[in-house]
Design a binder for this molecule. Structure first.
Ligand code: OSB
Ligand code: MG
Length: 367
């Protein structure tokens, strides 16, 4: 494949409601969209999932834009016989910056698969037509506010609720949701807010039959998570810690987790995501697809990933209207608690040009 154009679009999209986690409040998303055009005139799209500030991981929007322009693009453009499978190798001398790398690889893969008339789901090995939708519920000001929010999501049909928690917002909200809504699929995500010394705060949640706690402690603390898992009845799932298939294999071997959240941006792309799926599946570890408040561009590809056979738990793949009143693509909607996996070539959805133009902050031509 030969690229004749690479554009970096910056957009600003308001969220329908503020999303609060232990690392801060998001009220809008600044989205970097990568648009590539091949010599055949085929266009490939991807979004970079880095947040505005480096608070979930070290990556952030301005940093991602910088590393894409100054470090990734020169290496990409120097690659002969460009294919999506060669992108990771071409960018390998740049350390880290996985969300930026993922955006590049995904845009190339989208163009490649559109050219071949193959969908992401088919290429990755998907086996189902629709995936169960979970929803991530932010930290609220009060338990009644949380209960009415959760009630609304359950009424819409979401099949699993994830509660963001932190010390001081854990026992009461979890207990209230479990008591009010009974036998629903329920899990927590503290986003590294606890330490091993806090283990009793988490052990207090054991009676509530949670699916797991997601990333309770620091992302570099694999050994701590292995220790914590011995102290709790509730399983441990890792998110931030799992940045590659190699780390996934180590975490599994150490007993640091018994479930893995796969986020393509965090691990450098959909091809590495598939390797993590394969490592986990070989070890009997269930995986599920996480989210980063994606627009329809990223959501489409995530739905395809979640259709692989090892994705046996509902993902954070919600309907577009969970976050956006106007998505960048035709909206993903909830049908019977599920999201339909796109079947059209590539990511299977086309961004809406007038919406992109309307939300555009800047446009940079990199090639
Ligand atoms: O930790 O899973 C997380 C959103 C932004 C950054 C990190 C996380 C999240 C979510 C929401 O929990 C996932 C989604 O619905 O897209
Ligand atoms: Mg998480």
């Amino acid at each position: 494949m030969k690229l004749i154009s690479v554009e970096l679009l910056r957009l600003a999209i308001p969220l329908v409601s503020p999303f609060r986690t232990s690392f801060g409040v998001q009220t809008s998303r600044q989205v970097l969209v990568v648009k590539v055009t091949t010599a055949d005139g085929v266009v490939g799209w991807a979004e970079c999932v880095a947040l505005t500030d480096p608070v979930y991981s070290s990556e952030y929007v301005d940093g991602a834009a910088h590393v894409i322009e100054h470090h990734l693009m020169p290496r990409l453009l120097a690659t002969g016989n460009l294919t999506a499978a060669r992108v990771a190798g071409a960018l390998h001398t740049v350390k880290g910056h996985r969300m930026a790398k993922a955006a590049i690889e995904t845009a190339v893969l989208d163009a490649e698969l559109r050219t071949a008339s193959t969908s992401f789901a088919t290429h990755l090995g998907g086996v189902v037509d629709r995936v169960p939708a979970g929803v991530s519920v932010g930290i609220m000001d009060s338990v009644p506010e949380l209960l009415s929010t959760v009630e609304g999501y359950l009424a819409e049909g979401y099949v699993r609720i994830k509660l963001k928690i932190q010390p001081g917002w854990d026992y009461e909200p979890v207990k209230a949701v479990r008591e009010r809504f009974g036998d629903i699929l329920l899990q927590t995500d503290p986003n590294t807010a606890y330490t091993l010394g806090d283990w009793k705060l988490l052990a207090a949640l054991d009676p509530f039959d949670l699916l797991f706690h997601e990333q309770p402690m620091d992302e570099e603390d694999l050994r701590g998570h292995a220790e914590l898992s011995k102290l709790l009845k509730t399983p441990i799932c890792l998110d931030e810690s799992i940045v590659s298939a190699k780390v996934a294999a180590d975490a599994i071997a150490m007993g640091a987790c018994s479930v893995i959240n796969v986020k393509p941006g965090r691990v450098g792309g959909y091809l590495e995501s598939r390797r993590i799926h394969d490592v986990a599946q070989a070890n009997g570890i269930p995986v599920w697809c996480g989210g980063m408040l994606e627009t329809g561009i990223g959501r489409a590809a995530n739905a395809a990933l979640a259709s692989l056979p090892g994705f046996t738990l509902p993902g954070d793949i919600s309907a577009s209207n969970r976050y956006y009143s106007q998505d960048l693509t035709p909206p993903f909607v909830l049908e019977d608690g599920h999201i339909t996996v796109p079947t059209a070539p590539g990511i299977g959805v086309d961004p809406l040009p007038e919406v992109i133009e309307g939300l555009l902050v800047s446009r940079q031509q990199l090639l």
